[in-house]
Design a protein around this ligand. Sequence first.
Ligand code: ADP
Ligand code: MG
Length: 561
Amino acid sequence: MSVDDNTPVLRGCIKLPLPEDELLEVTAKAKDYAIMHGAAMRSKTNFSPDSLNFAPFVLVPSSFPRKEFEKAIALQPIINRLMHNVAHDEEFITTTLAETIKVDEFTANLFNIYRKALAHGFTQPISLGMLRSDLMLESRCRDMSMCSSSSSGGKDNDAKEKQEAKAKKTTKVGVARGISTSLGCWKQVEINTIASGFGHLGPASKTIQRFVLQELGHSDKLQHMPKNEALSGLCDGMVKAWDIYAKPQSVILFIIEDVSYNICDQRFHEFYIRETYPHIKVLRRTLTDVHREGKLGQHKELLLCVSLSLSLSLSLSLLTASLSLSLSHFFCSNNTEVAVIYFRAGYEPGHYPSQGEWDARYLMETSLAIKCPSIHYHLAGTKKVQQALAQPAVLERFINDPEEIKAVGKIFTGLYSLDDNEAGNANYEMALQTPQNFVLKPQREGGGNNVYGLDIPDALKRMSRVERSAWILMDLIHPPLSQGYMVRPGGKMPPEIVDMVSELGIFGVVIGDADHIVHNYQAGHMLRTKLSTANEGGVAAGLGALDSPYLIDSDDEDGYF
Ligand code: ADP
Ligand code: MG
């Protein structure tokens, strides 16, 4: 991460450090609280399906500017609509990904499914989008007009002056060191259209931190922790799709990895649905399972051979896969119809160890089930599409309202193509000359794939001209720091105060077909925080920690540094 002495520090929600004995006691309590409220994961180093570790968390909530938070929440339905329209624009998806799929095999495989589905016509016109727009504060917005917060205030001089006056005041109260003129404005890091996680862990983080603040005698602070109904918001989205499918016996299918370390963030979804809507059954299957158990019915409904596959896998475990496949289809007596497919896997090459998993994905895509995401939504979430959307005038293709275009345009930071053409080659040269300003991203999800700053030239030089078009270049965002205690399984006790940076994710649900959107709403949020020295902050990957926002105003004087 790009952090230096000028990086501003957001004031904290309570005075730190805590006295050591109090810190030890509250941390031990918070760890137990986390495990016992499902803020937990399976251990990667000491895996057991029978036990959980608490997920790393930040002890007290990290500050986030209220105005920027509220703007992100308000913008989400517009982003939902944008992504829905992008997903349904065949020409845009096809031309945008044309160069990428020549060199990126994974995206090409996804695109191939899209192409085949297009050729046969989509069996199910309705898509379920459960998106997460990830954003970071950019502390270097010296020019307030760069900020999303200026979208309403920048119109007349009076408002502008007021804003500048406020920004000057913020220099005194908002930062401990550095040169910031504001609390920062937010920029989109990426938009996720598949397996957008933390619907449970987002709200669970708030639960832990609310408990900690109360234990520390700061109940008065709780009013600044915004409500977060991500779990119900997302699960209700699946149930709305199930309602649209309108078959009482049909189920919701979760597509899962072979091993789910982030198990709480899936099971809580399942438990919420089962407890709130007991008439709706939830099944969990891998892509490999679907290949073995799945087939299409007369009307292209997705049928899973549920009971037989279990007995088959016990009694026929020595038979070859193909034999068990054909037997399962032959003998199946209990076909379960799938209404909604929720992909928590399928977003990286490792989830498709053989052609069988690709066949399963295609089978599901051609079925009548409502997919989250359908293949076009998946492709709309690629980094390449994000880069194309950030180009001038492209938004006009998808959004009619000029104010909305302006508001969305402001959330993009510089995104650059590396295609083998004049513009792409100029961007390549720019990356070689000033790599410290950029992040290099491939068409992958799930963290750990990007190349940062000074590592970029070597990475680029190893690629051929055509290979570069599988990557995009993005301006590095410089979030402000916050300071706090990060608590990790096996970590130091008591924890030490560390410098951290946060990334906010806003969830959105959108349901509709190419012509109509029937549901569109913002569905809660999650905050992930990492050490300021780390490039990436995946919690499941072991680098980030659960957190939740503590909303501050730039003219608030009662904060702590
Ligand atoms: P993935 O799909 O793998 O999650 P992201 O685009 O979200 O890819 O990047 C992974 C992580 O890298 C982000 O969560 C963030 O911490 C960091 N990151 C990505 N883009 C930027 C950027 N432009 N500036 C600073 N950090 C970034
Ligand atoms: Mg990400």
